[in-house]
Every structure is written in structure tokens, then in C-alpha cells.
Design a protein around this ligand. Structure first.
Ligand code: DAH
Length: 339
């Protein structure tokens, strides 16, 4: 019996030593210590052992069991430690490596300038509205006092969809759409994209942006227009900015003017930036033509109003001293990340 137990023990220990996985270790455990295991079988055979030998044999079986269990445990612990070691090796993180940089987006100069314009006019009680980019000839021209064959139609080289529909050449049609709604008084700005079949160069693009302004109320005068635009220019370009109103012509306003601001680079003395002029043109404006009011159902005897149109790119170029409009459309990361 003793002999048999020693033989079982040695075989079990040899198999444990050879096992190269946790699964195989478990197989060994089942084969010897399991319900139908060899050692269990020996234990079951104890009834054939003479009563006086039983304590001794029982003790030997227990010892064998303990030894095998201990070896199994030790082998398992060693395997687990090794597996952990391997994993730690594989998953090692070098905390001294430089981190990946996340690219952070930047506001486009147009967007930043537009937000500034909106902030200023919303602060004066204006509403921000929008109109369609694909527009009826009626709204883009006719209702703005630009009838067929009017030379202004040629000046604003128009993309035609068909004879009644165009890509809007200006944001002024939004004025008409708002006036037609008949809710007075009106105080609005309408930013948006406009289109003209211009060749691309440093100051032209077939698609650019304007911001239209319109105020209609009782007793609105040219003085209100001047005060409003002067306030806008000072807020936008700095408190020292002076404005100059030059007589001009637009079909939808009478009288009409173009507005210049003192060059914020040289303060009006004349420099390369303002081409020695000291002044920079920023927008067109005027008192809404009575005929335009009438066509949109507003009585010009009761209501008057002023309007203005600003080129957004022009503002952005001036504000950020950019000398080529194309930079605004190329989306070059190296350019944009400066803003
Ligand atoms: N729509 C004009 C243009 O594109 C700009 C303009 C001038 C708008 C005078 C106005 C205005 O509202 O009153 O050249």
C-alpha cells in the first residue's frame, strides 16, 4: 500500500511539473484528487485494510493528498504570476513619450467678424434674419427699383437659374421679404452669401457675403442713419474711428451714400494700407426709396426708413489686415489657426 501511494505521488508530481497550462493542472487535479481520481479510489478501498492498519494508511493517504494539493497550488501560483508578468511587459506604457496633440479648431475670420457685427446691432435692438440664396428676380431686382434693362443689373453680373430665378447678387432682397410681411416697425440685419460671376482675384470672388441692414419706422431720418453707422464703425474699428458719408447712387435708396472710415492703421494720415487716402470705404447706404416702400405695401407718407449693405469679407480683411481675399476661402490650416 505504501508502495502504491508513493508511486501515485511521484507520478502526480511529475505530471504537475510537466503541465504547461492552468487547464492541464486542473486535469491532473481531477485525475488524482477528483471524485473518480486515483487517490480517492485508494481512500475508498480503505474498508479492505485491516482495522489496526487503518490509522496509519489513512494518515499516509492524507499526507499524499496534502503534498499533491500543495504542489498543484504552487504550480498554479507560479503560472499566474508568470502570466501577469507577461501582460505587464506587453502593456507597458512609456509615460515619458510626448502626448498626441489634439487639434483645436479656430473661428474663421468671416465668422468672427460676423459675430462682432451681430453683437453690435443686436445690442441696438436689431433682429437677425435670413433669406434664400436662390432668389426670384423680382426680389433681387424689381422690388428694389431695378427694373429690366437697368444698368445695375449688368453691374452685378448675375448667375441666372432661369429668366425668373437668380442666385442673389446682394442681401437686399431680404429687405423686401421682411417689408412684405407688414410687421412694423422693422429693425433687422440679414447676413448671408451672395453670388456674382466675377473672376477670382485678391479682391473678388464669385461667392462672398454681405450683411444687409434695414430700419423702418415713423420719423426715421438721415440723422438716424448717420448716428447708427457711426456708432457701428466706432464699435467695430475702435473709438477713434471717424466716418465720412459720400454721396452715391443706389436704385433702392434716395438719397444714397457710401461710408468711409478713417484708416485704423494710420489714423487717417495716409499709409500703404489705405493707399495713401487716409479713408477706407466700408459700406453703401441710404434712405429707403419711397417707390421701394410702396411696392412692398408700406405707405411712404407714414413711414420712412434707412438701409445699408456691408461686405463681410471687406470687414474681415480690414479688421485682420489680410491683403488677399482668397485666403478666406482656401481653408489653409496654417492661415486659419492664427485667429
Ligand atoms: N446691395 C448693395 C450692393 O450690393 C449694397 C447696399 C447699398 C445695400 C445701399 C443697401 C443700401 O441696403 O442701402 O452693392
Amino acid at each position: 500500500m505504501e508502495e502504491k501511494l508513493r508511486e501515485i505521488r511521484e507520478r502526480a508530481l511529475a505530471e504537475i511539473a510537466q503541465a504547461d497550462s492552468l487547464a492541464k493542472l486542473n486535469d491532473v487535479r481531477v485525475a488524482y484528487l477528483g471524485k473518480k481520481g486515483e487517490l480517492t479510489a485508494v481512500l475508498k478501498g480503505m474498508k479492505n485494510v485491516s482495522p489496526e492498519d487503518r490509522p496509519k494508511v489513512g494518515q499516509m493517504v492524507n499526507e499524499t493528498r496534502t503534498v499533491i494539493e500543495e504542489q498543484l497550488e504552487a504550480a498554479k501560483a507560479a503560472m499566474e504570476a508568470e502570466a501577469l508578468d507577461r501582460r505587464l511587459q506587453e502593456e507597458v506604457i512609456d509615460v515619458t513619450l510626448p502626448a498626441k496633440r489634439n487639434k483645436v479648431g479656430h473661428g474663421h475670420p468671416n465668422t468672427i467678424a460676423l459675430e462682432e457685427v451681430e453683437r453690435i446691432f443686436v445690442g441696438m435692438g436689431y433682429e437677425v434674419v435670413e433669406g434664400p440664396e436662390v432668389e426670384y428676380d423680382y426680389y433681387n431686382f424689381e422690388a428694389l427699383n431695378i427694373p429690366a434693362n437697368h444698368p445695375a443689373k449688368d453691374e452685378q453680373d448675375t448667375f441666372y437659374i432661369n429668366d425668373k430665378i437668380v442666385l442673389r447678387t446682394q442681401t437686399s432682397p431680404v429687405q423686401v421679404r421682411i417689408m412684405e410681411q407688414g410687421r412694423l416697425p422693422i429693425r433687422m440685419i440679414a447676413p448671408g452669401r451672395v453670388f456674382r460671376s466675377d473672376e477670382v482675384d485678391a479682391t473678388h470672388s464669385p461667392s462672398f457675403h454681405q450683411i444687409e441692414g434695414l430700419v423702418i419706422d415713423k420719423n426715421v431720418t438721415f440723422a438716424d442713419l448717420k448716428g447708427t453707422l457711426e456708432e457701428f464703425a466706432k464699435e467695430m474699428f475702435g473709438p477713434e474711428t471717424k466716418v465720412k458719408f459720400r454721396p452715391h447712387h443706389f436704385p433702392f435708396t434716395e438719397p444714397s451714400a457710401e461710408v468711409d472710415v478713417t484708416c485704423f492703421k494710420c489714423g487717417g494720415k495716409g499709409c500703404r494700407f489705405c493707399k495713401g487716402e487716409g479713408w477706407i470705404e466700408i459700406l453703401g447706404c441710404g434712405m429707403v426709396h419711397p417707390h421701394v416702400l410702396e411696392m412692398s405695401g408700406i405707405d411712404p407718407k407714414e413711414y420712412t426708413g434707412f438701409a445699408f449693405g456691408v461686405g463681410l469679407e471687406r470687414i474681415a480683411l480690414l479688421k485682420y489686415e489680410i491683403d488677399d481675399m482668397r485666403l478666406l476661402y482656401e481653408n489653409d490650416d496654417r492661415f486659419l489657426k492664427q485667429f
